[in-house]
Ligand binder design. Structure first.
Ligand SMILES: Cc1ncc(COP(=O)(O)O)c(C=O)c1O
Length: 411
């Protein structure tokens, strides 16, 4: 059939694309369909199944006919469970009216920015950052202001960088700790230093994306901005969800704790878009937050083992270096020196995208170039996959890179 001649994409989508990570996944799946055996290290989701107790509570919700529309931004039982979670784990005392539940942390982020940004309002985004932040902010009419964070400072924004980036149009600082893609974690002192700047800049709030809170390897307790700087609570939105901690990416439940007026504005956005999050998933999320929590520690231990293996294997590759991340389930390897090698350039590989494309097509391993996260010269490997597949993938990468630079360079 001919294409409809009157179709044109809305101007709102100018410069906005399908996430590069999703595109790489599609390309990798095409190879699978063509009969190739690809190892996927591109996705940002735990390979573990949702724990049985949570699955059963979802099934129970269906059997009990909890299948209708629910309250717009969360059933009372889930809001009560989130209230307890915030108090128990983050020392945040939120009223139920200060809590909002949406279909995934991503939608909750979208709700915050749609509800609070006017055209031209700025959001400071420490880079490297999760691929979606920029486009969500732009879709909401805002302007993402990238602040490049140094690897030598574990990719964290400093108070001086924050101060320099603030303008009269700044509305938010967007923090993500542990970070996707770098795995870096902001400690109490880092947050205190940033808070000190914000105390002088009263027009700037903080959106804290804590989605990887439970995937952390530091011995120190997890810290979030609203806990470290309670005096700034009236301008902090704390975002979290069940996707990563409870292996519930497909269930789509995220939530926020924030001042009541922000929560109310977010509810307006949700009421005219997705409406309530899935009733079944909300009931399952109650069990996730209220039921036994042992699997979190068990899975954390598995992720820690895989992290150590992955980082060690990456550091044996010539001209590749990888810092040990403190959280999340990504290794963020510096490949700048590798890309500088004449042998590599001679094979037509000019940048991180080319290298990742080479690894996908020649080594059959899907990884994501750092430029997708605003950091040219890196690649991100998700180690949220089985030990066996990780071993296979790292061996393939080693062979692939040795074919580029010569076997004698492999340590
Ligand atoms: C930093 C970050 N924030 C938010 C999300 C979205 O999480 P959810 O599945 O709850 O929408 C992701 C997912 O990859 C993420 O990496």
């Amino acid at each position: 059939m001919e294409k409809w001649s009157n179709f044109s994409r809305s101007d709102k989508l100018d410069g906005i694309t399908v996430s590069e990570i999703i595109r790489i996944g599609i390309e990798a799946n095409k190879l699978v369909t063509a009969g190739h055996d690809v190892v996927f290290l591109n996705a940002g989701e735990p390979d573990f199944p949702t724990p049985d107790n949570i699955k059963l509570s979802g099934i129970k919700a269906i059997i009990e006919n909890k299948t209708r529309y629910t309250q717009l931004d969360g059933i009372p039982e889930l809001k009560a469970a989130i209230k307890k979670k915030f108090l128990r784990e983050n020392y945040l005392d939120c009223a139920v009216s200060e809590i909002s539940v949406g279909p995934g942390a991503k939608q909750v982020l979208f709700n915050v920015f749609m509800a609070t940004l006017n055209k031209g309002d700025e959001v400071i985004v420490p880079m490297p950052c999760w691929t979606s932040y920029f486009d969500i902010i732009r879709l909401a009419g805002g302007v993402p202001v990238a602040v490049t964070c140094e690897e030598s400072n574990n990719f964290r924004i400093t108070e001086q960088q924050l101060q320099k980036a603030i303008t009269p149009r700044t509305r938010w600082l967007l923090l993500n700790s542990p970070s996707n893609p770098t795995g870096s974690v902001y400690g109490k002192e880092d947050l205190e230093a940033l808070g000190q700047v914000l105390r002088q800049e009263q027009h700037v709030g903080v959106v804290s994306d804590d989605i990887y809170e439970h995937i952390i390897y530091k011995n120190a307790p997890y810290q979030t901005m609203a806990d470290v700087c309670p005096d700034l609570k009236n301008r902090i939105v704390t975002i979290n969800g069940v996707s990563k901690a409870y292996s519930m990416t497909g269930w789509r439940i995220g939530y926020a704790g924030a001042p009541q007026e922000i929560i109310a504005a977010m509810a307006v956005v949700q009421s005219q878009s997705s409406s309530n999050p899935c009733s079944i998933s909300q009931n399952a999320a109650v069990e996730a937050l209220e039921g036994p929590q042992e699997t979190i520690a068990l899975r954390q231990a598995a992720f820690c083992r895989r992290r150590d293996f992955t980082v060690a294997a990456l550091n044996t590759l010539p001209w590749v270096s990888c810092k040990i991340p403190d959280g999340a389930f990504y290794a963020f390897a510096n490949i700048k020196a590798l890309l500088d090698q004449e042998d590599v350039k001679a094979k037509g590989i000019k940048n991180d995208k080319d290298l990742c494309s080479y690894l996908l097509h020649e080594s059959k391993v899907a990884v994501v170039p750092g430029s997708c996260f605003g950091a040219e010269g890196y690649m991100r490997l998700s180690y949220a996959t089985s030990d066996h597949l990780l071993k296979e993938a790292l061996e393939r990468i080693k062979v692939g890179i040795s074919q580029l630079v010569g076997v004698s360079h492999i340590k």
